[in-house]
Design a protein around this ligand. Sequence first.
Ligand code: NAP
Length: 288
Amino acid sequence: MQYPTVTTKLVILLGKPLGHSVSPQMHNLAFEKLDLDYCYMPVEVAPADLQTVFNGLTRMNVVGFNVTIPHKINIIKYLDKLDPLAATIGAVNTICVRNGKTIGYNTDGEGFLQSLESEAHITPRGKRFFLLGCGGAARAISMTLAHHGAKKIFICNRTLSKAEKLTTEINEKIADCAITVPQNAANRADILQECDVLINTTSIGMHPKENALPIEESLIGKHLTVADIVYNPLTTQLLKVAKDRGCATVHGLGMLVNQGAAGFRLWTGIEPPVKEMFATVFSAMNTV
Ligand code: NAP
């Protein structure tokens, strides 16, 4: 391992709490593997200190940032420029510092799309998606699906008003393809029959409540590709049930690694060692 020097390029993860994050292991492994003089460091920041800390860091040898909960939206007001997709999504998870200027990106949705393509050979154009949940991750994924030509996106959330707000925003900003489905709608089975991909973006099924299912088992038809963005455990109860019912499945670790790989390309301009990053995240998850 190389030790950092004054010329080492720094990439900083901003968020709070960060104790669970496996991104430092994933990126430092990739830098080391490619013999790049970069260092990735987690920095916990409270919302009240975000501006001060961010401004200070951009005056150091920092070439990029990852941004996570609770700063993904608030960081935008401190940036010089915003990538069009990040502007549409309204949240940033990756920042590049180029010639002293900060540019915000959102690679969460792209990371999901890449794992859908590499693991299930599905591209969004012309496809119908059924999303469970409507939080930050659902927002990035649904906006990115719409941006890439999804035909229909059905959004089903416990809090109906949030789903209504997101579908209106997608239909106004990108394409008229999003539809709200109440969680208790009687016709969910018919709608799912029409869909190609079911995506769980809720936290249901996440450790330690691993036996929970975000949708009734009987609604999961074998024609569906079922993706779960929960990555701890790797094979969630939803994915177990979907596999048993004959569905193709996509786990959440691919999204995590691919969103990081997209950031790595933006910071370095170099293709990252994705397979090794995946293996590192997988083993790190069992130790943090
Ligand atoms: P978030 O903004 O807090 O949204 C959580 C969503 O889950 C909301 O739609 C919420 O519904 C729903 N939900 C939570 N508990 C529920 C319950 N008991 N019943 C029904 N709905 C429930 O969270 P997020 O950032 O989008 O993250 C969601 C999950 O995705 C987390 O498990 C996170 O670890 C995972 N994630 C994975 C990746 C990856 O790279 N694989 C990336 C980001 C997030 P309401 O609106 O009704 O509250």
